[in-house]
Structure formats: structure tokens, C-alpha cells
Design a protein around this ligand. Structure first.
Ligand SMILES: Cc1ncc(COP(=O)(O)O)c(C=O)c1O
Length: 382
């Protein structure tokens, strides 16, 4: 099987598995225990937190101390941000039209509880349009949440510009960077966000852990109660082993990025060029092609083909890809992201997502292109 569904999750790097396996043997203690072993585990957890913050370009000096809250994954970190970020407990929440469901459905919940939610639109390439933002921020606003790179199209968002507007109005900006980390350089301070979500299972680390990075000024109200761990912002016994896996995965992702980034982009471009040749330029739409994109994600539509049928045919042909976000797969609901982009119905219903990783090879990409083209041609005839 050729795995090109890396935006759903990635295989764990061998070095990460080794680091975690050692930790399971030697650092299994509860970091809140008072005995020496527990205290040692606590120090190791703090080290992992500090290393991750440094690798992300957060500030951990005496003068400014950004913080990191471990969560169970990206979904929890996004929920924690949407429900808990910001000094104001009232005030509107602003998100974009293409956020992951862990942001958009959290916002729906806030709206159902009587909160005001506003949604920034996107253009035909899936880039967030923020012309209205400054005017909207005149009203009391608790947070703005806009993702770094879209999980379905890979399209990158104008975070720095949005951050500058939020900073001028003193409103915290939360950025879901889940798909960006390990694919493009990300520096938390340079991004200008107040909070950022990430999870290592998208960059060859473990599942079951994620993080919300917070700058030194933003306030986070907890969503869970019952312990003083993580400054009571997210109570519960921490997993030192998962934190160590997270740390190792991030180190590797950043070390390999200078080579892996351009490599993934070349392979992505090669796949799109091969498919265009094999299927014909008039039978294929590369979604978001004209916008800056993450290097590893390709959302390709074959108008007239049913995307579910194509993904199933590809599965039978030994190619694992998806119809969109993992959470939406299995359902035949059209993608809200593609709808927000105003794409024609035939494009939306005929689009699949192919997502690469730093372990994807050229022969794999060539084989994927050939198998997609065979399946598309077969479905076009039926
Ligand atoms: C952009 C984005 N945000 C959040 C998530 C949720 O992360 P997790 O699956 O770790 O809960 C995902 C997962 O696909 C994602 O792609």
C-alpha cells in the first residue's frame, strides 16, 4: 500500500519510537509524585516543554516567558483556545470560513450558547480575506482564530497581516498550525500569534498528545478542573513518554526540513504535472494552485467523478488517500472548505486529497499518479 494520507496522520519515525520506548522503561513515574523518581520525571517533562518552545521560536527568557500546555491532540488544543483564551469572558469570536471542525464546531457551540461568532470569508483560492477585520474588531472581541495552512488544500493564510491587525486592537490571535509544523519553518514569535496549536502525530510523532503554545501576555481559562498540573490550565497527569516523543519528533522535523521541504514540494509538483499529462488539462482542477501552499498537500478534482468512488477504487488499487479531512471522511457531506471557496459543484464532488510526508519517494509518487489516472479513466467510462 502506498500511503499518501499524511494530513490525517503520519507513521512514527524510528528515532521517536526509540526515545519513547526508553522513556516508558525509565520515566514512567507520575511527574506530580513527591519522591525523587517522580521529581526526575517532572524535570524531564519540563525539559521537553522547554525544548519544544525553543524549537518553535517561543521566548523563554527571564523577561518574557511563553508557555506550553500539553493536551491530548490538536482538537483539544483548539477547543481549549476557543473556549478559554482571552481576558474577556464575553465579546465576539472571529474565525475563518475554512477552519478545521475542531475550531468551527467549537465556535458553533459558542454561538449556540448565545455568543456572537463572525466568519472571515475566503477567495476562490482558499485564502482568508481580512479586509473587514479591523472594522469588526471595534466591537469587543475575545479572540480571533485563523489557521496557518489548510488541511484540505494546503493553502497558506496571511497570518502576519492578521496578527498585526489583532495586535493593534489588542485582541489575541489563535493560530491552528497543525498542518504547518514540519512542513514550513514556523517561528511563534515572528508569526505574531498569541496562541498556537500543534500536534506531533502530523510530523512522525506520537498520537495522543498536542499542545497549545501561549505567549507571555495572553490569559487562558481552563476547560477542565481537578488538578494543579500545568498551572491548572489543563489538569490531569501528564505523559512524560508522549512529551519525549513530541520533543524528538519536532527536533527531527526541524532538522530535516531544509531538505525535506523542497523535496516534498518537488514531489507534489511532479504528481500534479504527471496527472495533468496523463488525464488531460481539461479534466483536472488543482485546487488552490495559484496561492502559496504547504509543500506536501495536493487537492485535485476530477469534475464528473464521484470522489467517494475514486477514493474507494484507489484503496482497492493500493493507494491510501482521502476525500478531505479525516474527520469528514466516511461521510458524503461536501467539504465546507471547498464550498466556502465558491468552487463549482462538480469540482467539489470530484476532489480528493493527496498528502505526502518527508518519507514519500519519487517512485511512490509516480505509481500514485499512474494508479489515480487508471482509476479516473475507468470511472469516466462507467
Ligand atoms: C488543521 C487541523 N487542526 C486540527 C486537527 C485536529 O488534530 P487531532 O487529530 O490531533 O485532534 C487536524 C487534524 O486533522 C487538522 O488538520
Amino acid at each position: 500500500m502506498i500511503y499518501v494520507d499524511n494530513n490525517a496522520t503520519t507513521p512514527m519515525a524510528v528515532e521517536v519510537a526509540q526515545a519513547m520506548s526508553q522513556a516508558y522503561e525509565s520515566a514512567f513515574f507520575n511527574p506530580s509524585s513527591q519522591h525523587q523518581a517522580g521529581q526526575k520525571a517532572h524535570r524531564r517533562l519540563d525539559d521537553a516543554r522547554e525544548t519544544i518552545l525553543n524549537l518553535l521560536g517561543a521566548e523563554t527568557t527571564r523577561f518574557a516567558s511563553d508557555r506550553l500546555v500539553f493536551t491530548s491532540g490538536g482538537t483539544e488544543a483548539n477547543n481549549l483556545a476557543l473556549f478559554g483564551l482571552g481576558k474577556e469572558t464575553s465579546g465576539q469570536v472571529i474565525i475563518s470560513a475554512i477552519e478545521h471542525p475542531s475550531v468551527s464546531e467549537a465556535a458553533d457551540q459558542l454561538a449556540a450558547r448565545g455568543g456572537k461568532v463572525r466568519v472571515l470569508p475566503v477567495d476562490g483560492n482558499g485564502v482568508v480575506q481580512f479586509a473587514e477585520l479591523d472594522r469588526w474588531l471595534v466591537e469587543p472581541t475575545r479572540i480571533v482564530s485563523v489557521m496557518l495552512g489548510n488541511n484540505e488544500t494546503g493553502v497558506l493564510q496571511p497570518i502576519r497581516e492578521i496578527a498585526a491587525i489583532c495586535r493593534d486592537r489588542d485582541v489575541p490571535l489563535h493560530v491552528d498550525a497543525v498542518q504547518g509544523i514540519g512542513k514550513i519553518p514556523v517561528n511563534f514569535r515572528e508569526l505574531g500569534a498569541s496562541a498556537m496549536t500543534l500536534t506531533p502525530h502530523k510530523f512522525h510523532g506520537p498520537r495522543g498528545i498536542g499542545a497549545l503554545v501561549l505567549n507571555d501576555r495572553v490569559t487562558l481559562n481552563p476547560s477542565m478542573f481537578g488538578g494543579s498540573q500545568q498551572l491548572a490550565m489543563r489538569p490531569g497527569t501528564e505523559s512524560v513518554e508522549l512529551a519525549i516523543g513530541f520533543e524528538r519528533a519536532l527536533q527531527l522535523a526541524i532538522e530535516t526540513l531544509p531538505e525535506a521541504g523542497p523535496n516534498m514540494q518537488n514531489l507534489r509538483d511532479r504528481l500534479e504535472a504527471l496527472l495533468t499529462d496523463l488525464i488531460g488539462a481539461d479534466q483536472i482542477v488543482i485546487i488552490g494552485r495559484d496561492a502559496p501552499r504547504l509543500p506536501h498537500t495536493s487537492n485535485i478534482a476530477f469534475p464528473g467523478i464521484d470522489r467517494q468512488a475514486l477514493v474507494m477504487a484507489l484503496d482497492m488499487a493500493g493507494v491510501a488517500c482521502s476525500t478531505g479531512s479525516a474527520c469528514a471522511s466516511g461521510s458524503s457531506e461536501p467539504s465546507p472548505t471547498l464550498i466556502a471557496m465558491g468552487l463549482p459543484e462538480g469540482v467539489i464532488s470530484g476532489s480528493i486529497r493527496v498528502s505526502l510526508s518527508r518519507f514519500t519517494t519519487e517512485p511512490e509518487v509516480d505509481e500514485v499518479a499512474s494508479r489515480i489516472s487508471q482509476c479516473v479513466k475507468r470511472l469516466q467510462k462507467s
